[in-house]
Write a protein that binds this ligand. Sequence first.
Ligand code: SF4
Ligand code: MG
Length: 278
Amino acid sequence: MATVKDFKGDSSTWCPGCGDYSVMAALQKAAVNLGLEPHEIVTVTGIGCSSKISEYMRTYGFHTLHGRSLPVAQGAKMANPNLKVIAAGGDGDGYGIGLGHFNHAVRRNIDITYLVMDNQIYGLTKGQTSPRSNHGFVTKTTQKGNKEYPVDPLSTAISNGCTFVAQAFSGDVKGLTEIIEKALEHKGFSLVNIFSPCVTFNKINTYDFFREHLVKVDEPFHTREEAIQIIKQQQGLLTGILFVEEREDFQEQLGIDWNMLAVKEGSMDEGQLRSFET
Ligand code: SF4
Ligand code: MG
């Protein structure tokens, strides 16, 4: 059985203190807790500091184009439904250029987990305003303060039919690990938006800020309407599993025996099929 060490890559270029370290640690621990092996997982990412996680995790990995983690992740899941498919990246990648893909993956309810490391800034390109930066946020690109209001990924996902929506904080690795575990177990599209501070460029949304302002939700809200209402009331500063719905995923709805199809087409032989089934 795999241990956390089996999921660890060789090195990283993240800044000391970056929240993304805790996200990777939580993901590795969650995989171990669920009894997953490195070869059963593919980690697909876009572009940005956090998107480097596909290189630092010792699983199958695909570091794709900016904003394109979700199309590639969905393709991987369609090709091999036996894989545990994780898409990951930052708020700029996922809620900027990738926002169109996000909405369609959500409504498709394809069985993948999407981890967004939300630091409310573009870190890799040295600190510009992102789609998640607050109104009034000052950076080199918004010297008089950001005139736009941030994307709200939680209510966007919920209103588009997402069947698992959670938010977590990289300053609480235990809570984050538990949420990632539940997201990986969920059948259908699961979103975990993770406040993951950029210690180098974002001096507003810091660990201390989140420790002071986040409100924990102990159980999911009962309806989409209730969830959206409370998210708005609390200005999105919630942690926990916010909404869950059990519903057939995309591939179940298609009703295809993907394993037998793979055998028939020659991309998998009977032996490989049996190894997945045991
Ligand atoms: Fe993390 Fe920010 Fe450094 Fe990028 S620039 S590695 S997001 S702390
Ligand atoms: Mg970012």
